[in-house]
Design a protein. Structure first.
Length: 478
């Protein structure tokens, strides 16, 4: 072990003497620290802002005066998806999936996008995050430092004397690898600070450590690629050119091709086409505002037979409220079926894209990182489902208030009779049926389970490269 430490220390001294290596390391460190600080401040501000807006929306709904319950159905309610604590490291899909929903009766709205203040202030830098820097730019530093660790010995004529003194090729490579691993650990320090802040905000330490481990594994893969190139090529220029080409292929080209191949292989119907087909199906359900709609004739007949009356006015419940509740249930079943098909298609696309992690470790890391951070597509879909469950519950509760507390005679005359209109206003205490909404990421165990498959891809990359390095080290001769 002492011999390996000596080799690693010598490599670090060589890097310290190189102005290019020191400058590149300083530049990456500055970029990583800056993006970590900016992303931390931005995500904290967005979390605080969304929690504030959520509280305001709930206070506005609960603070409404006495009024007709169906007006509250259309008054609606806003819900917001607050960023997960580990979004400080990897905001994931937060910027592109929408973070707020307006909930109202008779429809399921799409998630709306956040404000563009960050983009306006930072321009293209608004997309940068610690995750992006580590995925895209950190490998370049490892390429710069690692491409010459062994080929430099060969060019300087020191490789043969080292091996002639009894040092094996595998020992030499192990010492160089130790130096690269030490650099990887140093590069993880800013991420560790942000992860500690996320833990202070309530994140699971297990999830934070797992995220750091994933990025460490990814950087070790790139360190191994650099070492392997340094063994296989006999000139530093050739090794650097090969690694630069590999970086372009693995980080830029293959992920883009994977996205295109996924879109072509798992096509999704367009929004206009989907909306037209959905609206055609919804129209057959009838208009829940019209109790005389033929679609509800059977419901009306069954209700009157159940209570043994001949006239709607004699029913112990308000037919309008009953129709509204029935219509909302049928409509929601239909809309949920369409939403489930849409989400299933999106999930199939995400799973197909994740399979390309066997071809490039960048995609494997990105998938695992979003899963552990709680900023992936699965969490967005859960936000939509939980918001829809809240919407349906408060709408149906209001429909039941409409059916049970309002007289039919007053309800049909309220537009033309001021006294009837006053009697159809129910007490504001009925608005307390709204449940508070706070979206939280899955438990750490569930997120780690979701990251197992892409994490396995990274481990496979590392094991394959370790085997290649062991083979290459055995081929080094005096």
């Amino acid at each position: 072990m002492r011999l390996l430490l000596v080799i690693a220390a010598a490599e670090w001294r060589c890097w310290q003497r190189s102005r290019l290596a020191v400058g590149a390391a300083a530049l990456l460190a500055a970029l990583l620290l800056a993006t970590t600080a900016l992303t931390t401040l931005r995500m904290q501000a967005e979390r605080d802002e969304r929690l504030h807006h959520q509280g305001q929306a709930e206070a506005a709904f609960l603070g409404q005066p006495d009024r007709h319950p169906h007006r509250m159905v259309h008054y609606g309610h806003y819900v917001f998806r607050t960023p997960a604590p580990l979004a400080l490291l990897d905001p994931g899909l937060d910027a592109v999936t929408g973070q707020s929903l307006f909930l109202e009766g008779h429809r399921q709205n799409t998630a709306m996008f956040a404000g563009s203040a960050a983009s306006a202030e930072l321009g293209a830098l608004s997309r940068l995050s610690p995750a992006w820097v580590m995925q895209l730019f950190a490998p370049l530093l490892l390429v710069l430092l690692g491409h010459g660790v062994l080929v430099r010995e060969r060019e300087a004529g020191t490789l043969a004397p080292l091996l002639a003194q009894g040092l094996t090729g595998r020992q030499l490579l192990a010492g160089k690898a130790l130096a690269m691993v030490a650099m990887v650990l140093l590069m993880l320090v800013p991420l560790a600070l942000a992860a500690a802040l996320a833990v202070a905000q309530g994140e699971s330490p297990l999830a934070a450590l797992a995220l750091l481990g994933l990025y460490g594994l990814y950087l070790v893969v790139w360190a191994a690629l650099a070492l392997l190139a340094s063994v296989l090529w006999r000139r530093r220029a050739a090794a650097l050119a090969a690694l630069a080409s590999l970086w372009i292929a693995l980080v830029l080209v293959l992920p883009a091709l994977a996205v295109s191949a996924t879109a072509a292989g798992v096509p999704q119907p367009g929004k206009i086409e989907t909306d037209l087909a959905m609206l055609t199906e919804v129209r057959r359900l009838g208009d829940g505002h019209n109790a005389n709609d033929p679609a509800f004739a059977q419901l009306r007949a069954e209700l009157m037979a159940q209570h043994g009356v001949q006239r709607v006015e004699d029913l112990p419940v308000n037919l309008r409220g009953v129709v509204a509740e029935h219509s909302e249930r049928k409509l929601t079943e239909t809309l949920n079926a369409w939403a489930q098909r849409q989400q299933a298609g999106e999930q199939r696309q995400a799973e197909r894209l994740a399979r390309h992690g066997w071809l490039t470790p960048t995609l494997a890391l990105a998938e695992a990182s979003r899963a552990v951070a709680g900023t992936d597509l699965r969490h967005h879909h859960r936000f939509l489902r939980e918001a829809e469950a809240l919407r349906y519950d408060f709408v149906q509760d209001l429909n039941r208030v409409h059916a049970q507390q309002l007289a039919w005679a007053d309800d049909i005359r309220r537009s033309s009779d001021a006294a009837a209109e006053r009697r159809t206003r129910v007490a504001a205490a009925n608005w307390q049926l709204l449940e508070h909404f706070r979206f939280e990421p899955d438990a750490a165990a569930a997120r780690l389970t979701a990251a197992v498959w892409p994490g396995t891809m990274l481990i496979a990359w590392m094991m394959a490269l370790a085997a290649a390095l062991a083979w290459a080290g055995g081929r080094l001769k005096p």
